[in-house]
Design a protein around this ligand. Structure first.
Ligand code: UD1
Length: 427
């Protein structure tokens, strides 16, 4: 339940990046010694990862906000279908399973429905490293009887997930692997730094050419980078609601595209020290014209719906073109229920700002689209009820608390479950 129309004022600290910690937890299976991941957020996808690790014989336990793993024992060869279906990041476990146990029975990974999300780049890369992969319907039977070996891989697109799968595989493979056309997102760099902390030798971190020398890895303690998408969620909300927010653990560099856009929209943004950021806004934003998402360091696809939500009440027009996923703007129909004026034609979302939105009953259909509904509801007059919050929990530990700290009126409520039986309906 969100009661909108209030400025956001105060200070929040950014948690560890979801898109870092998920591949790092899978990569931790390669270590021969204890791994401690500091400040692990209680995200639904992290909980799913813990179930997945337990299913593979490498359980993780929570201690004082950290996650502790003791890899090194025998590794399971099957990921149960519901765990594969629960998130996209389940695919990160394929490489460690092959490297450690030489076999993997999995199904295709699930995740937010943002359009087609094939895993061909992951599979082809592993195949040239020595894996034999046989697809039978939804089931993948994978084996690497002679282990994985280093090689040269050219990615046709800088896929974040495929780069991470191949980085994990390369760290455990025999010999040297060179990945050309690698993704340069900061979370890819964070995974590389984790592997380096475990003893891997990797060169080219942060570039599109990664060179990895595989070998035995040891345990380590590691703190993942802060979540730049959570930071952009807060920036967009505060920009649209008005107010002044201080973001702790939010270095400017990876937020630069969003900071430039919000500055153009009329906000004041300044860096404080190395890691903190202040945003000031009077809540009267200007439309920012035409923009495209792109691979890093361009404006991030995950931030598209967040910015769209902020621009619904800006003076003037904004047109967002999505270049990565075919169905990123599933939230557009929900925005319209709040009185927004927009037109969504697949990858192009055109927004004509209106003076105000009104509260409405809304349904989250994916993680970032769901967070965008929260932003829109915070700017709207009156009360909004958002269902489908489980999607939001995949990437935000407690979004009500996050915005509550900034003075928002937002609470999570448990609604009574109306089953078909209790409603007296025959199905
Ligand atoms: C990751 C992020 C997600 C982010 C996205 C792009 C995680 C857990 N998720 O998702 O939040 O929005 O990067 O920054 O880190 N593709 C293929 N074949 C493949 C793999 C990808 O064609 O084997 C295509 C996809 O369909 C998509 C594009 O490449 O069109 C980008 O996907 P990718 O970069 O792999 O994103 P994810 O790793 O799924």
């Amino acid at each position: 339940m969100v009661c909108g129309g209030r400025p956001l004022i105060g200070e929040v600290e950014m948690p560890a990046a979801k898109n870092s910690i998920l591949p790092i937890l899978a990569a931790a299976m390669l270590a021969q010694g204890a791994v401690r991941i500091r400040r692990a957020p209680r995200l639904r996808d992290v909980e799913t990862s813990m179930q997945l690790l337990a299913a593979l014989g490498c359980p993780a336990v929570r201690i004082d906000g950290d996650l502790l793993l003791a890899p090194g024992g025998p590794v399971g060869d099957t990921v149960p279908r519901p765990l594969m279906a629960a998130m996209r990041s389940s695919i990160y476990y394929l490489a460690p399973m092959l490297a450690r146990g030489k076999r993997a029975h999995i199904t295709f990974p699930g995740g937010c429905r943002l359009g087609e999300r094939p895993i061909d780049l992951h599979l082809k890369g592993l195949a040239v490293m020595g894996a034999r992969i046989v697809a039978d319907g939804d089931h993948l039977d994978c084996a690497a009887p002679d282990g994985l070996h280093g090689t040269e891989i050219h990615l046709r697109f800088p896929s974040v997930g495929a780069t991470e799968t191949l980085l994990i595989a390369a760290a455990a493979a025999a010999g040297q692997t060179r990945i050309f056309g690698a993704a340069r997102e900061p979370e890819v760099g964070d995974l590389a730094h984790f592997l380096i902390a475990c003893g891997a030798r990797i060169e080219g971190v942060g570039t599109d050419r990664l060179q990895v020398w595989g070998g035995a890895l040891h345990g380590c303690e590691y703190t993942p980078i802060p979540d730049r998408i959570t930071a952009q969620t807060v920036l967009c909300a505060a920009a649209a609601c008005g107010g002044q927010v201080l973001l702790r653990r939010a270095p400017l560099a990876p937020l630069q595209p969003m900071a430039e856009i919000l500055t153009r929209a009329g906000c004041g943004i300044r860096q404080l020290g190395e890691n903190d950021l202040v945003l000031e806004s009077d809540g009267r934003l200007l439309g920012v014209g035409s923009l495209s998402t792109g691979v890093y360091p361009a404006f991030a696809t995950d931030a598209g719906p967040l910015l769209a939500a902020a621009m619904l009440t800006a003076r003037g027009d904004t047109a967002l073109r999505e270049t990565i996923f075919s169905n990123r703007f599933g939230c557009a129909a929900q925005f319209a229920r709040m009185g927004a004026e927009l037109d969504c034609d697949g990858r192009l979302l055109q927004i004509h700002g209106v003076p105000k939105l009104h509260g409405a009953a809304l349904t989250a259909q994916d993680l970032r689209g769901g967070a965008a509904l929260v932003i829109a509801a915070l700017t709207a007059e009156g009360e909004s009820r958002i269902t489908g919050v489980d999607y939001i929990r995949r990437g935000y530990e407690d979004i009500a608390r996050l915005f509550g700290q900034l003075g928002a009126k937002i609470t999570e409520v448990c609604l009574p479950v109306h089953t078909a039986a209790s409603a007296g309906v025959s199905v």
